[in-house]
Design a binder for this molecule. Structure first.
Ligand code: MV4
Length: 448
């Protein structure tokens, strides 16, 4: 059994993990940078170890220091949260070598899914639908152009190591292909040191639908329904909901079964997410697999009445899944708004600084995951997300009304936030009608 967990993260997710550990009577060790000495996670954990200076690469990405902190504090496991070292193969290998339980999948699995081109091939071979495109990776623009002509334009050029839109380009027709391929490849070489590319048919205005799965060490895999994450800005999710209003029970069953098949095909273990693109004809295609707990996991927790962090810990402890697929029911509707310290009027520029005062909304079906408090100073070194406001209602319409009420009640004084921007999304006619796609934010103010 796991008795003590070191949380290799900060902010609301570190707090979320500490709370789950406390419920399970597992001791907690926080790690913090010198900029986070007053952070909530540092104060809330049973113990806290300073792991370096403010810059992430010196602290929250400092593998040696985090492993040392684990050994010194006598923790037997590390929960990585999301971001930072959560999908770092080398770090997971270090944990494996030091006999520290990494709460997540193996280094081998993270590596296999991090290679998007290889993941695509693996899924094709497992009978999981992928976007029409290359079977093998391509390295050379001229050869890629030949393939693109076979696929049919427009096409999407993607870097195998890509993510967050990096190393990705649309090509409308053969005349702009070579240039776009070379730009995408150069971006990938610069960002990831990898020139491996693949080509897909371009899917216009898709929805981003992802399925939450849980897999134990005994080959049991279940899915917990989907999240619709179509509302994004520059590949950053802004608002997520579950269930998706684009999916009926039959499609949910088929996509869910596909997600489970995908996880089984790679021998997955722990919590994971299968990302799909859903096109206007309701055809769905595997895009990527995320091998970590995700920011938006609470919407799934709210509609399935589960605790995904506790499930991760149980799985890592070697316990079999207690959940059976037939026992998992999606009930009601949940929405999450990501609250960022940023100024939407100044191109969403981050706005760190002193939180002079906070009022956090509450009430029936309202959940706020945050690490801010009155008098807290948001450091400028990390992500600008400072809270997640999650609501659950019986229906989508009730969840929207709850979110409108809760956003209106939320007060954060001292820094600029996107609270008003989220309010605009919630009150948008198209959003309320469920007519959203990945281009929603670019057009939301058009005809109002
Ligand atoms: C696509 C696509 C259209 N067609 N692939 C964006 C990030 C990366 N994970 C994959 N992405 C996309 N891949 C094909 N073949 C459109 C996107 C895309 C997108 C996907 C989900 C959510 C928001 C998006 C915004 C722009 C582009």
């Amino acid at each position: 059994m796991i008795r003590k967990i070191l949380i290799a993260n900060r902010g609301e997710i570190a707090v979320r993990i500490i709370r789950a550990c406390r419920e399970l009577s597992i001791a907690t060790v926080a790690v913090y940078s010198t900029a986070d000495i007053d952070a909530l996670h540092t104060q809330l954990a049973d113990e806290a170890v300073c792991i370096g200076p403010a810059a992430s690469r010196d602290s929250y990405l400092n593998m040696e220091n985090i492993i040392s902190a684990t050994i010194i504090s006598g923790a037997d496991a590390i929960h990585p949260g999301f971001g930072f070292l959560s999908e770092n193969t080398k770090f997971v290998e270090m944990c494996e070598e030091c006999k520290i339980t990494f709460i997540g999948p193996s280094a081998k699995l993270i590596h296999a899914m991090g290679n998007k081109s290889e993941a695509r091939t693996t899924m094709m071979n497992a009978g999981v639908p992928v976007v029409p495109g290359t079977k093998d990776p391509v390295f050379e623009a001229k050869r890629a152009l030949k393939i693109a002509k076979d696929i049919g334009f427009p096409v999407m050029i993607k870097a195998s190591s890509g993510g967050g839109g990096k190393g990705m380009r649309i090509s409308a027709d053969p005349s702009d292909f070579i240039e776009n391929f070379n730009m995408a490849q150069l971006e990938s070489v610069n960002a990831f040191g990898d020139n491996t590319m693949y080509i897909e048919k371009y899917i216009e205005n898709p929805r981003h639908i992802e399925f939450q799965i849980l897999a134990d060490k005994f080959g049991n895999v279940v899915h917990l329904g989907e999240r619709d994450c179509s509302i994004q800005r520059r590949h950053q999710k802004v608002l997520e909901e579950s269930p998706s209003c684009a999916i009926d029970d039959d499609l949910r069953r088929r996509m869910g079964e596909t997600a489970v098949r995908a996880a089984k095909a790679v021998g997955y273990e722990n919590a994971g997410t299968i990302e799909f693109l859903l096109d206007a004809n309701k055809d769905f295609y595997f895009m990527e697999m995320n091998t970590r707990i995700q920011v938006e996991h609470p919407v799934t927790e709210m509609v399935t009445d589960t605790d995904l962090i506790k499930e991760q810990i149980r799985i890592a402890s070697g316990l079999p899944l207690e959940l059976k697929q037939e026992d998992i029911h999606v009930s009601g509707h949940a929405i999450e708004c990501r609250i960022n310290a940023e100024n939407p009027e100044k191109n969403f520029r981050p706005c760190p600084g002193l939180i002079e005062d906070v009022h956090i909304p509450g009430g029936n079906g309202i959940r706020v995951d945050t690490a801010i408090y009155p008098g807290y100073e948001i450091p400028p070194y990390y992500d600008s997300m400072i809270a997640k406001l999650i609501v659950r209602g019986k229906t989508r319409s009730e969840a929207i009304d709850k979110m409108r009420s809760a956003l209106g009640e939320f007060i954060i004084q001292g820094v600029d936030t996107n609270l008003d921007f989220q309010y605009d999304i919630i009150n948008n006619k198209k959003f309320r009608e469920g007519k959203v796609s990945t281009s929603f934010i670019e057009t939301m103010y058009d005809e109002e």
